[in-house]
Structures are given as C-alpha cells and as structure tokens.
Write a protein that binds this ligand. Structure first.
Ligand SMILES: NC(=O)c1ccc[n+]([C@@H]2O[C@H](COP(=O)([O-])OP(=O)(O)OC[C@H]3O[C@@H](n4cnc5c(N)ncnc54)[C@H](OP(=O)(O)O)[C@@H]3O)[C@@H](O)[C@H]2O)c1
Length: 231
C-alpha cells in the first residue's frame, strides 16, 4: 500500500535549484498536494550547507508549519567556481574532497537529522537526491572522485538513518533517489543541455515513483524509473 496518503503537504529543500524549482512547479499544480513550501539559501530562514548551524535553525523555523508528509531535498553540487570533477587521481585534492563531502553528504545527513522531526509520524516520505555515479557496484568508468565518494557517503548515511527511523517512526520512508541526467546548472558543463531531459519531466517521473513508495522501500536507492539501484 502506498505510504503517501492524499492529500499531502510537501516541503522542497533547495527550491531555487533546477530540479527543486521543477518540483515546486509540479506540486503547486498537483491536486493531490494540498500545500508545498520551498526552502533555500534565499529563504527568510536560509538553509546554507556552508553553515551547518543554519540547518537546525531552518528546521526549527518550520515547527509550527509542519508536519509534512513529503520532504524532498534537492541540494547538491558537482562543480564549483573552483573545481570541476577530477578526471584522474593526480587531480584529487583534500579541499575539493572536503567541500563536496560537506555539501553532498554532511549537509543532507544533518538535514535528515533535523527535518525528520517535521515528518508526519502516521505516514511520510523523505527523499534525498543522490546520483547513480555514487553507486560503488555500478562504477565502471572511474573519475569524478569527490562527487562519487560524497554521494556514496550520502547513500550510507540515508541507509543508516532509515534503520533507526524504522524503529522510532515505522510509517516513514527515507529514500536515496537518482533523478537521471537532467538539463540543469549542474549538468550544463557535461553536455546536460544535449543529453539531459527537461527538469519538469524528471520531477514528474520521480513524483510517480515517490507516490507509489511503501514503508518497506525505506532505506533503498531508487532510480527515477522506479528501478532499484545497487549500492
Ligand atoms: N542534473 C543532473 O543530471 C543530476 C544527475 C544526478 C543527480 N543529480 C542531483 O540532483 C540534485 C539537484 O541538482 P540540479 O541538477 O537541480 O542542480 P542545480 O540546478 O545546480 O541545483 C543545485 C541546488 O543545490 C543548492 N546548493 C548548492 N550549494 C548549496 C549550499 N552550500 N547550501 C544550500 N544549497 C546549496 C542550490 O541552491 P542555489 O539555488 O541557492 O544555488 C540549488 O538549489 C543534486 O543533488 C544533484 O547531485 C542531478
């Protein structure tokens, strides 16, 4: 049985990003979603992964607005003003590795810690966008050390939190979701415009998967098509 009962209230974290904005647009028009809120670095109570304290403060600012049946975290980086993904081992450096860990793994894990308190204990889903390239088993091409490692760490943090939440909030699912290649700011330097699909299509595919999740799916790594991905 689907975990997400309808109508549901949703919160999009990273609502100003390409996929985050697409989720906002989609959910605002969706009759099954009664309300959707967005949270970002630009919000009155901003969430900024450069400042981990902002995560708890942003969550606390929503205590009276919650609970939410659906939380989707879309925050993530692949490249910055300083770095592009490493092509070879000789490009690996501690600053880049630490930066991507901070934004792609530590920030999202602390977000699960603080925002899971806003989830409706009777039925809710918290999705964090991961990436298939974070799959250790599926790594055939190599390269992109920091991004791959940060998403693999994220996957472990989601899995571990899901085991704990299964005890304290058994009607909640924590999911790592791969959006596929999407035409976005993140994918632009990697031919995202040519090979990525439109963000609204991606959000719509992912929402279909999310709406069909059940509690036994908690702690899994799933693709936008619904396929289970290997860790
Ligand atoms: N696009 C793809 O092909 C693809 C493929 C696999 C996985 N993903 C994953 O999907 C997610 C969304 O990516 P996207 O394609 O929508 O990229 P995007 O357009 O670049 O959006 C990235 C989001 O992350 C936020 N962000 C970046 N640094 C932050 C920080 N320090 N604190 C708070 N927020 C921060 C951005 O906020 P601002 O708006 O304030 O900059 C924005 O909301 C990411 O987790 C990415 O790894 C994407």
């Amino acid at each position: 049985m689907a975990l997400l009962s309808q109508p549901y209230r949703a919160l999009i974290i990273g609502s100003t990003g390409t996929i985050g904005s697409a989720f906002m647009e989609l959910l605002q028009d969706k009759p099954t979603c009664s309300a959707v809120l967005g949270l970002s670095r630009q919000s009155p109570h901003p969430i900024d992964y450069q400042n981990p304290d902002s995560i708890e403060l942003a969550a606390k600012s929503l205590v009276d607005t919650g609970p939410f049946q659906l939380i989707i975290n879309t925050i993530g980086v692949l490249h910055t003003d300083h770095w592009m993904p490493e092509k070879r081992l000789d490009e690996l450096n501690s600053d880049q590795l630490m930066e991507l860990m901070k934004i792609n793994a530590i920030g999202p894990a602390l977000t699960i810690r603080h925002f899971s308190k806003l989830l409706d204990p009777s039925n809710s889903v918290m999705v964090t966008l991961s990436a298939k390239v974070g799959s250790i088993e599926d790594n055939r091409l190599g390269g992109w050390y920091s991004y791959r490692a940060s998403k693999a760490a994220l996957n472990m943090l989601i899995k571990t939190a899901s085991i704990e939440l299964a005890r304290s909030k058994p009607n909640t699912a924590l999911i790592a979701l791969h959006p596929g290649t999407v035409n976005s700011r993140l994918s632009k330097p990697f031919r995202g415009e040519q090979i990525g699909r439109p963000p609204l299509d991606a959000a719509s595919d992912m929402l279909q998967v999310i709406e069909s999740l059940n509690k036994e799916d908690s702690g899994s790594f799933i693709s936008y098509s619904g396929e289970r991905l290997p860790w």
